[in-house]
Design a protein around this ligand. Sequence first.
Ligand code: AMP
Ligand code: MG
Length: 421
Amino acid sequence: MSSVERIVSCLDGYDPDALRVDKAREAIRSCLVPVSAVERVATRSALGRVLAEDIVPHVNVPAHDNSAMDGYAVRSADLKADAETALDEIGSALAGRPFGGAVGAGECVRVMTGAVMPAGTDAVVVQEVARIAGDSIIVPPGQKRGQNVRYAGEDLKAGMAVLRPGRALGPAELGLIASLGLAEVSVRRRLRVAFFSTGDELASVGAPLAEGQVYDSNRYTLYGMLARLGVELIDMGVVRDDPGQLEAAFRTAAANADAVVTSGGVSVGEADFVKQLMKKLGEVLFWKIAMRPGRPMAFGRIGGAFLFGLPGNPVAVMVTFYQLVREALLFLAGRTDDCALPRLTVPSAAPIRKVPGRTEFQRGVLARDARGAWSVRLTGQQGSGVLRSMSEANCFIVLEHERGPVAAGEPVQVQLFEGLV
Ligand code: AMP
Ligand code: MG
């Protein structure tokens, strides 16, 4: 028994011929080992990368108490509770240009947003409520100590980790890192993913289509899905259903990549030699997953790479990728946060056919009706070869394993494509 087989066969309820989607996800996860190499990159280049160090501020952000508004920095103890107070303006402070002196009783300093609070002051009176009367500033009653002041360390406190390893760096994180003055950060090296399509019937785009051929569209959807994950891509083209060619392709892929994603060759109707070959080259399991679309799938290890053998049907490729491969690749890339696609619950606009015993990922359109209420409806044809359904949809409708038919108005779960597909 291979080690992959040993790990997954220990899982409760593991049945390769009727594998629940959540079990398949768990089986995959239990075998994965993330990339460990780390590199230093310039802060901007870290966008979309996985952080590999604790980010701990050495300074408070902001570094000083400062004004949140344009107005007058005052000593709140000087202010009368129920009458106006006249104060002497003794100077001004701007962002980046502090007031050098100290502020005594009955005095105030003109301040702009971001200016360091002058020594002795503890509140800012906004300019809109203050009145200038000759050399005095008249402050109305009702001002509170600490008002309109941003405190040192309010955003980030020195010594406290603000970002932990394993999280993806987005625009907010780049800004946070820059706010600490860091020009470089440590990130995991990019995950390398090789992908290719298998099939004797496949023609490449740009070439004429002979009788019985189809254009290789899967490599384009795969390219798009993988590119969005920020992994390094190795496009290996189309590989014929030929033992020699397939073996060479798998060997090259495994030698150069951390993960290999293929389409076609794993379905029941496929020539057995593809499966035999995958098995011969490594530790590969063949699953029938209780899902629709996307029942057949291969998973395992070939050399140092994890193999995800997806079915050939164009919609099945996308569904199995998003439901089973995407999270696995993010985990391999070093992510430690929960990367599962979020699910929202909305009413189904119409009845949906469903039989218990498999999880279905139907293509849906989430939209608002005339009264502004959100509901989801199916796109037209749901066949696993109808790629148009993915393009017309803006979400997956997830119909759970045990669930039977859905009535109109019944709540269903959806996963939005926005930002994903
Ligand atoms: P397979 O899983 O290889 O048996 O393929 C299932 C179906 O998907 C067949 O109709 C194939 O022609 C089609 N198919 C397989 N690979 C591709 C591909 N790369 N692009 C478009 N269709 C494909
Ligand atoms: Mg095929």
